[in-house]
Design a protein. Structure first.
Length: 394
């Protein structure tokens, strides 16, 4: 069953063109006549590819907005700064954008550790930090009523993912009994900790709990234990290279096609499915966005990106493209580039993204739908976009 999301008719180009000229005084702030938008991302180092896609998405959005007349008649100037994927360099990049480039808004970073380091710098300067790609929940815990009023995040957290996967499994598949087979890393253990947090909401329980080391190749004993446990599904958060191995050994112990995988370990890739199609059948995972998502805005973005850059966009390109449009909408609604007014506009915004409506909670975290995938007949099927409310720590 596909969940259809209600959408407001939204066209940022038309809205920007239609701004009254009387509002131009409110926008007269930057000396060079532009809206200065800093972008902190890994432009070099091992994660440079993520930074390249992030910059392309942001620049494409700015180009679209500028072609439609800009924001209050002012063009958006994207000013990239290299974090190299490290907190130290991310902080240096943030300070340069604030002190030397005098930006009022910053989007960044891809890495959660970098974003966490950037938060107090942006807070001290009173500069809006709008995150588009970090997933650590601690960023949100510390934002809004958590303390950092200038930090907003337009991206689902690891907690969002764990909750939505569990919600779908419980409400749509009727699962209440689970076995855990997750990677023994901060990511893998945190995903299970978040899952446990929401088990009572769905009257569910974990019957067995096991973690594997990166590079491990023998899962037979654990899978045999799961087979005899009474579990209805295996919760797996881990590495893509482990999924085909787990799938093949699920066939060996006789649980393929009987106990599906749920979580996030690239179940939906062609290589994973090909390695063990019977075991991957029924696997469930959540994604922030996919190029195949069937919405007019998403399709238009993919087509335009390919025409512009000659390759398909990834998730980082999409979320940065969408976040620039989101910020432009907030500036438009504030009818000012004043930081306080734009911050207030973001807090109250209702923005129609390619996946669904975006609003922010009191921790400045976007209430974002996530796309649910389920492997059906050997192919990933998009089951719709789902959202859920996070329970914040007291």
């Amino acid at each position: 069953m596909t969940i259809e999301l209600s959408r407001r008719g939204f066209c940022i180009g038309t809205a920007l063109i239609g701004l009254q000229s009387a509002s131009s005084i409110a926008f007269a702030r930057t000396e060079d006549g532009t809206v200065k938008l800093g972008l902190v991302a890994p432009m070099s180092g091992p994660n440079a590819r993520y930074g390249a896609f992030s910059l392309r998405g942001a620049e494409m959005a700015a180009k679209e907005i500028n072609a439609a007349g800009g924001v209050g008649g002012r063009k958006i100037n994207v000013m990239p700064a290299d974090s190299q994927g490290t907190p130290v360099e991310g902080v240096s990049a943030t300070r340069r954008l604030i002190d030397q480039n005098q930006v009022d808004y910053i989007i960044g970073d891809v890495s959660s550790s970098v974003t966490l380091a950037m938060q107090p710098v942006a807070e001290d300067a009173g500069v809006l930090l709008l995150n588009a790609a970090s997933s650590n929940p601690m960023i949100t815990y510390k934002a809004g009523v958590g303390g950092f009023k200038w930090t907003f995040r337009n991206y689902p957290t690891d907690e969002n993912r764990a909750l939505i996967v569990l919600q779908y499994a419980a409400e749509k598949k009727g699962f209440t009994k689970y076995a855990v087979l997750s990677v023994d890393t901060d990511y893998g253990r945190a995903a299970i900790a978040f899952t446990k947090k929401y088990l009572p909401r769905f009257n569910s329980q974990i019957l067995t709990e096991d973690y594997y080391k990166e590079g491990e190749v023998d899962f037979r004993s654990v899978l045999s234990k799961i087979r005899d446990s009474g579990a209805q599904a295996i919760i797996m958060y881990g590495n893509a290279d482990s999924t085909p191995i787990v799938g093949r050994q699920m066939i060996e112990v006789g649980i393929a096609g009987k106990i599906p995988l749920i979580g996030n370990a690239e179940f939906n890739t062609a290589s994973s499915i090909k390695a063990a199609p019977k075991a991957l059948e029924g696997a469930i995972e959540a994604a922030a966005w996919l190029p195949a998502y069937d919405s007019p805005k998403s399709k238009a973005f993919v087509e335009k990106f390919i025409a512009e850059y000659g390759e398909a966009p990834n998730n980082h390109a999409y979320v940065h493209w969408e976040t620039v449009h989101l910020l432009a909408k907030a500036i438009e609604q504030a009818q000012s580039v004043d930081r306080e007014k734009v911050r207030a506009a973001l807090s109250a915004i209702h923005y129609d993204s390619a996946v669904g409506e975006v609003t922010f909670d009191d921790h400045n975290q976007a209430r974002l739908p996530m796309i649910l995938l389920e492997i059906e007949h050997g192919k990933p099927a998009i089951k719709g976009a789902y959202s859920a409310e996070i329970d914040y720590p007291k």
